[in-house]
Write a protein that binds this ligand. Structure first.
Ligand code: CA
Length: 423
């Protein structure tokens, strides 16, 4: 009996060690770092007891460092991304959740002004409706990154770790449940700790802002984030549109906004299904895959979703998934499936060639941000291509022939931003 008990205790301890990243093995450099960090945290007002419990026996998580250093050569095309993001399975789950959580979602709609389907879309995208919130210890991941992550990001991770400790200190979530992605995103809506501190709300009234165990808290926090970012109540994020063949592609620019009725009257724009535009508000023409793919008139709420995650494909996925959950059909236009995505090296080469041709991209980093798109657009206009600012292999090949440069392309440099198209 006693032997059984001892074995049980041993097993439990080993399990706990595996689960929480504790170990009897020590790492002296990390221990020194932890000791310095402890002083900083305590000086900033976190209770010493909280810091000690959180950091005691903690070892770095090498897997987190591997994930941090990874740099995929290709990013997915927007249609590949949407296939997963707004899959039929996810739409069906979203519709089922819309029924199950109808009373809660309606209350949140009344209070925060955000339509239920977009809260569900974010929930679905961030954690597959709570089924994939990430199982890593937030404290261990963030401590690892703050200690040994990419150097230019360590201060960011340190701030996140301090915020995570403050969350523990307040008792919103306990150490056992404070788990999430390798990059420190917590719970159903994957808030990083500083976002948690700023936007999380206690909606079920238990006194704790628990984004891991409480669906009401998680959905209300998302609604609060969108509302505080300027969400326009009841308004669409955008609508799929049909453009005339003579459309001036140069007008498809995130900085070129016109009222919907001006787009309709002066630019012959209508909904892709042939109906009149739903909105009267100002918007810009968004071509996620260039002039050959679907076109959208994107409104203010599209920009609000970008504040949640600054990637256009993410905002499109949230908007479209939400529309599908509400009951709308799939997109009308087809994607240019024959086009291959440019690798990061090819994007850098394109930037180099454009710059050499006199169309400065304001740097060569292998990421086609607003400056690169603007340069490409000017070059397209001068070279007789539809000026949609969307880079293709055809452009690259054309530029290679056109520009005689003997400069080598520097390796793409790492951008500090973890997500989005900030370049
Ligand atoms: Ca709560």
């Amino acid at each position: 009996m006693r032997r059984k008990l001892v074995r049980f205790i041993q097993t439990t301890l080993v399990l706990a060690a595996v689960l929480f990243g504790y170990s009897v093995v020590t790492d002296s450099a990390f221990d020194r770092w932890k000791s310095q960090f402890r002083d900083i945290a305590v000086a900033q007002g976190v209770r010493a007891k909280t810091v000690d419990i959180a950091l005691r026996g903690l070892l770095p998580d090498n897997k987190v460092l591997e994930l941090d250093a990874r740099q995929p050569e290709f990013t997915k095309t927007v249609w590949e991304y949407l296939e997963t993001a707004a899959s039929e399975e996810r739409v069906a789950t979203g519709r089922a959740r819309l029924r199950v959580y109808a009373p809660l979602l309606e209350r949140l709609h009344q209070q925060y002004g955000v339509q239920p389907e977009y809260l569900l879309a974010i929930w679905g995208m961030e954690s597959d409706f709570g089924r994939n919130t990430g199982g890593r210890s937030i404290v261990r991941s963030l401590a690892t990154l703050a200690y040994a992550g990419m150097e230019d990001r360590r201060d960011f991770w340190r701030q996140q770790l301090l915020a995570a400790l403050r969350i523990l200190d307040k008792g919103d979530i306990s150490m056992v449940y404070l788990r999430g992605s390798w990059a420190g995103a917590i719970g159903h809506t994957q808030f990083i700790p500083t976002t948690f501190e700023q936007f999380a709300v206690d909606y079920d009234g238990d006194g704790k802002r628990d984004l891991v165990n409480s669906v009401p808290d998680a959905l209300a926090s998302t609604a609060n984030y969108l509302a505080q970012s300027g969400w326009e109540s009841g308004k669409p994020w955008g609508e799929e549109v049909r453009l005339p063949s003579h459309f001036d592609w140069g007008k498809a620019d995130p900085d070129f906004w016109l009222p919907a009725d001006v787009w309709a009257l002066e630019n012959c724009m209508m909904r892709a299904d042939g109906q009149m535009l739903e909105s009267n508000d100002a918007g810009f023409v968004f071509l996620p895959a260039g002039y050959r793919g679907p076109a959208f008139l994107a409104y203010r709420n599209f920009k609000v979703i970008l504040k949640y995650n600054n990637a256009q494909s993410y905002a499109l996925a949230i908007g479209h998934l939400g529309d599908r959950i509400r009951g709308e059909a799939t997109l009308v236009a087809t994607w240019p499936h024959d086009e291959k995505p440019l690798s990061n090296a090819q994007k850098a080469e394109l930037q180099q060639l454009l710059t050499s041709a006199g169309y400065s991209t304001d740097g060569v980093d292998g990421k086609l941000g607003p400056n690169s798109r603007a340069a490409l657009r000017r070059w397209q206009m001068d070279s007789g291509f539809p000026a949609d600012g969307y880079a293709t292999l055809e452009h690259l090949e054309f530029l290679r022939r056109e520009v005689k440069v003997n400069t080598t392309v520097p390796p793409s440099s790492r951008t500090p931003a973890p997500q989005g198209e900030r370049g």
